[in-house]
Ligand binder design. Structure first.
Ligand SMILES: Nc1ncnc2c1ncn2[C@@H]1O[C@H](COP(=O)(O)OP(=O)(O)OP(=O)(O)O)[C@@H](O)[C@H]1O
Ligand SMILES: [Mg+2]
Length: 387
């Protein structure tokens, strides 16, 4: 068991711009850290650098107290489950799982025990005598997991280990991996492009985009206080809704945001903390000029059908596009003024989460109550959160 530390790490291929830029990241001993981000953002590269399968162009990488920049993969005491795992086709499942231990001359009895234990954890005991081609994709994936699991490494690296599983098995295996982490207490670094996996599994999540860490924090921190538009749009499903607004301070201390333009424009009144943040009275917010352009973010659950909720808030109205019934709730896609779609966000239009029993139909104009105590404010040029 060990911690892993990246210090100002860069990765370059030839003369191209770096695929990892100034990576600084401390992964604590026993921690389950998830690296999440869109395809091509450098997740596998970062993981492969820990494994020693990619050179580090610049900077330092430590496992425990040891600088490992020049340590060979086999001397790093890590186990990795690859995105494109390959099992030995001519070996049985048992032998595939036992392979690394056999190489290290582990006593036969111990190999037997470790393989059986791993197989049991992963539900593949019945297949130990089969060969990989006699297994489904999901079963093979679990053998690949098991092969790493038997090693009892200092650090366990997993690169999208659930990508070949169907939806149900994905959820089950996700839970299994979390349980494995609890049972072994080993440091896990887990790569995925799926923010739901990141949210459900990680002690902490590092969000990566184009080789740069956007934010590092617990799932709840990222959800409640996304540092910028990218994280705000990436974490959460359905995505946060965004609006281009202009902000006006009113003489009574309240503030008003205007969404949309011309005849479409709607005004929402902000009070309390939202007004303070929006008008720059809260520390560090900056610009207080009248009409200041901002991007406002609202999570789908912070809308409700007007009348369903009382108390502070503002109202906005729009025409319903699509209604999705999920049994326990409905997702209502609405055309609202000023809607803005950033990178990495889903683009079905603004989404509101409403109760299962509400009667809403496509084409209908509805009024939505906005919980203004949960608004997010972003600077349009820097894309950073104002708070
Ligand atoms: N050998 C290589 N030579 C040049 N560029 C490379 C090489 N390997 C990877 N890259 C580039 O580095 C970037 C990061 O790749 P990486 O495999 O780390 O992405 P990823 O985040 O794991 O994506 P995915 O989710 O698709 O697996 C990509 O733009 C890729 O094209
Ligand atoms: Mg990858």
């Amino acid at each position: 068991m060990a911690d892993v530390r990246f210090e100002h790490v860069y990765k370059r291929y030839g003369d191209n711009p770096p695929v990892i830029t100034d990576l600084n990241l401390e992964i604590a001993d026993h921690e389950f850290l998830v690296l999440v981000g869109p395809s091509g953002c450098g997740k596998s590269t970062a993981l492969r650098m820990i494994a020693g399968l990619e050179d580090i162009s610049e900077g330092n990488l430590y496992i425990g107290d040891r600088l490992v920049n020049d340590v060979a993969p086999k001397d790093r005491d890590i186990a990795m489950v690859f995105q494109n795992y390959a099992l030995y086709p001519h070996m049985t499942v048992f032998d595939n799982m036992a392979f690394a231990l056999t190489l290290r001359h582990t006593p036969k009895e111990e190999i037997q025990q470790r393989v059986e234990r791993a197989a049991q954890m992963l539900g593949i005991t019945p297949y130990l005598k089969r060969r990989p081609r006699e297994l489904s994709g999901g079963q093979r994936q679990r053998v690949a997991l098991g092969r790493a699991l038997v090693r009892d490494p200092q650090v366990f690296l997993l690169d999208e280990p659930l990508s070949n599983l169907d939806a149900k098995l994905r959820v089950a295996t996700r839970t299994e991996i979390s349980r494995l982490h609890q049972a072994t207490g080993t440091t896990f670094v887990y790569v995925t492009h799926d923010q739901v996996e990141a949210m459900t599994m990680g002690d902490r999540i590092a969000v990566l985009n184009a080789g740069v860490i956007q934010q590092l924090g617990t799932p709840q921190e990222l959800y409640d206080h996304p540092a910028n538009l990218f994280v705000a749009g990436f974490i959460g499903s359905p995505s946060m809704d965004f609006f281009e607004v202009n902000l006006h301070r009113k003489s009574d201390g309240h503030a008003e945001i205007v969404v949309g333009k011309g005849d479409d424009a709607q005004r929402l009144t902000l009070q309390g903390q939202a007004a303070e943040v929006a008008t720059g009275q809260a520390p560090g917010v900056g610009d207080t000029s009248d009409g200041r352009p901002l991007i406002v973010g609202i999570r789908p659950e912070h809308f409700s059908l007007d009348g369903a909720q009382s108390g502070d808030g503002a109202t906005i109205s729009g025409v319903v596009d699509v209604v999705e019934h999920l049994g326990n709730e409905q997702l209502v896609y609405v055309r609202l003024p000023g809607a803005y779609v950033p990178e990495a966000s889903e683009t079905k239009g603004s989404t509101a989460r409403v109760g299962a029993s509400a009667k809403v139909s496509p084409g209908e104009r509805i009024s939505l109550h906005v919980d203004t105590s949960h608004l997010h404010f972003f600077d349009p040029s820097s894309t950073k959160s104002l708070v």
